[in-house]
Design a protein around this ligand. Structure first.
Ligand code: GLA
Length: 373
């Protein structure tokens, strides 16, 4: 299986858009290693749209823009691999990419071979400029087959934004992760809308193929290509915790070379990442929702549970979760030994409910070990 748990890495789009280069990708790969992101699990370095020439070369192959990538893609891929990281690139199932570069429509097998020749390990595959007559589901199956035909393991990151009700068919089409939402922007409204839109779709994510809620905006603070407004640290905490609770791939979207300490610590938070990477890969369920207060819970391996308390309201408040809604009865003889996974604080034993006080747009995530009392 190409990916058992949600893939993790860095992608150029959110901050850099078309403003990408060999230098940026090498420096970002260096930073992933030097700043401890690789050790935390982030291992894919992905170049998004705008890397190619505006037209194919004389042999009908995609070609890198020499101004941005003067040494070519194979040399860059070799560099990324030399750091112990994996190399990702981007194309589109339509005739042009979303930013109007050549797409892979009816060039799938030759493009897959080009990517394999360059040592690509991950292909993000978008959905713009798809001819009306073409069936999107078939196009994803086709690229999946083309990638397999190369004989190289290349993860297929489908990006059709959840249109054509893609949840039920993306796994059978061969995707390893698939964008189940529209594009994120760097503000809390976007984070909240994306998260809530996934609640009834989480059942489609499981080992081998995960719902992708889009690249992270943590650490962007309003700067960059999708930096519309920006968030504060509490909002980024909720964003990252939601993506972890919901098993989304974790693709960093900020400039990791200049990241603040708060954002770096959040993105490397072991407790939250351990929930995202939990081998049971079970979806979260809504344990409680009252107005803008949400408690999401999920089963983890080894008799553990995670409960995430999210205050999406504008004012501080207590977010409730009745543990009977997670499954615990009072006469069961069991209780939860809770730990705050963000701070590591041990919170004691709980049998009936939890109701942490949480600031506006902030969250708390508890891990509960089921123990006999
Ligand atoms: C679409 C995708 C984005 C990004 C851009 C690139 O909008 O959803 O994630 O890849 O295209 O043009």
């Amino acid at each position: 299986m190409l990916t058992y748990t949600p893939p993790m890495g860095w992608n150029s789009w959110n901050t850099f858009g078309a403003n990408i280069s060999d230098k940026l990708v090498r420096e970002s790969a260096d930073a992933l290693v030097d700043l401890g992101f690789k050790d935390a699990g982030y291992n894919y370095v992905v170049i998004d749209d705008c890397w190619s020439k505006l037209e194919r070369d004389e042999n009908g192959r995609l070609a890198a823009d020499e101004k941005k990538f003067p040494y070519g893609m194979k040399a860059l891929s070799d560099y990324v691999h030399s750091k112990g990281l994996k190399f990702g690139m981007y194309s589109c199932c339509g005739v042009r990419t979303c930013a109007n570069y050549p797409g892979s429509f009816e060039h799938e097998f030759v493009d897959a071979q080009t990517f394999a020749d360059w040592g690509v390990d991950f292909l993000k595959y978008d959905f713009c400029y798809k001819p009306e007559r073409a069936n999107g589901e078939v196009l994803y199956r086709r690229m999946s087959m083309a990638l397999r035909a190369t004989g190289r393991d290349i993860l297929l990151s489908a990006c059709n934004w959840g249109v054509d009700n893609s949840g039920p068919w993306m796994r059978s089409a061969g995707a390893n992760m698939y964008r189940s939402t529209g594009d994120i922007v760097d503000n809390f409204q976007s984070i909240k809308d994306i998260a809530l839109s996934q609640v009834d779709k989480l059942c489609y994510g499981a080992p081998g193929c995960f719902n992708d809620m889009d690249m992270l905006v943590v650490g962007m603070y309003g700067k960059g290509n999708v930096g519309l407004g920006g968030c504060n640290d509490a909002e980024y905490r909720s964003h990252f915790a939601l993506w972890c609770m919901f098993n989304s791939p974790l693709m960093i979207g900020c400039d990791i070379r200049t990241l603040t300490r708060e954002s770096a610590e959040l993105l490397k938070n072991k407790g939250l990442i351990s929930i995202n990477q939990n081998l049971d890969c079970r979806p979260s369920f809504v344990a409680n929702s009252v107005d803008q207060h949400y408690a999401f819970a999920r089963q983890l391996s080894n008799n553990e549970y995670a409960v995430g308390f999210f205050n999406m309201d504008e004012t501080e408040g207590e977010v409730y979760c009745l543990l009977s809604d997670v499954g615990l009865t009072q006469d069961s003889g069991y209780a939860f030994e809770m730990t705050d996974v963000v701070t590591g604080e041990q919170l004691g034993t709980f049998r009936e409910f939890c109701h942490p006080k949480i600031g506006a747009h902030d969250c708390k995530v508890y891990k509960g070990k089921l123990v006999k009392i």
